[in-house]
Design a protein around this ligand. Structure first.
Ligand code: NI
Length: 253
């Protein structure tokens, strides 16, 4: 049984067949999913999906790529959504200097506001960090008691260790199956089994052998297989351990 801790089923890329894909998940072995929102509208959609599908939970937040849409009301909208049933985290939040270097200060303001909201509501966070390792680490270090996952972790082993010492989890996705994966595998080997989460980031980042296609949670075993190979475990052991880790972080019983 697999837990996909990061899949965007609220995305319009699933408009044509969302229900069919979601209904197929439990019988294909994916029995838990967290769907993080990228802005108020998409977070509300994730919350709605959580009402429809018993195995799906929502996270609510504003993604750094959505910075241009952030207004004075956005934080209160997310706070209200966070109080809805089956919301288990604040996310996807963070910093992205790859796509957008023009809104760095705004991105940091949004990120801080949402980290503080997570502390206020006692929820974990789902962090997106792309080409912003130094600033992300500095910001999360500024808040005692903050917990969560660095989603699709792409930093160094040293950064991973700094986060692990503070109790963070690291998310591993399709890129660990790619031929050019080197640093992500070093981080994977250095990360204890009880801090690893499996994620697809669907509809993006499909693992080999489905790279380039639309991703969904049924591809999770390909990611688990790489973790199993690197850790000397079976995929079943990896599935069980990461299921437990996800339940622990997101408080799902
Ligand atoms: Ni994502």
């Amino acid at each position: 049984m697999y837990f996909d801790t990061h899949a965007h089923y609220d995305s319009s890329k699933f408009d044509a067949d969302r229900d069919a894909v979601l209904r197929a998940l439990p019988e294909s072995g994916v029995t838990l999913v967290v769907d993080p929102g990228d802005n108020t509208e998409r977070s509300a959609r994730a919350v709605d999906l959580a009402q429809t599908y018993p195995f799906l939970y929502a996270a609510v937040g504003w993604h750094p790529e959505e910075a241009e849409g952030w207004t004075d009301e956005s934080l209160d909208e997310i706070r209200a959504l966070a109080r809805r049933p089956k919301v288990v985290a604040i996310g996807e939040i963070g910093l992205d200097y790859y796509w957008d270097k023009t809104h760095c200060d705004l991105q940091k303001r949004m990120f801080r506001a949402q980290l503080e909201l997570a502390l206020e509501l006692d929820l974990p966070v789902i962090v997106h960090d792309r080409d912003a390792h130094g600033d992300c680490l500095e910001l999360v270090r500024g808040y005692d008691g903050l917990r969560g996952v660095f989603h699709c972790f792409s930093g160094s082993v040293e950064m991973a260790q700094a986060l692990l010492r503070r109790g963070w989890y690291l998310g591993f996705d399709g890129p660990i199956t790619y031929k050019n994966a080197v640093r992500a595998l070093e981080v994977l080997r250095a990360c204890p089994m009880d801090r690893i989460l499996l994620e697809t980031d669907s509809p993006y980042l499909a693992p080999v052998p489905n790279r380039g296609r639309r991703n969904d949670s049924r591809n999770l075993p390909y990611i688990a297989a790489v973790v199993a190979r690197e850790k000397g475990l079976t995929t079943e052991e990896v599935a069980a351990a990461t299921m437990e880790n996800g339940k622990q972080l997101f408080g799902i019983r």
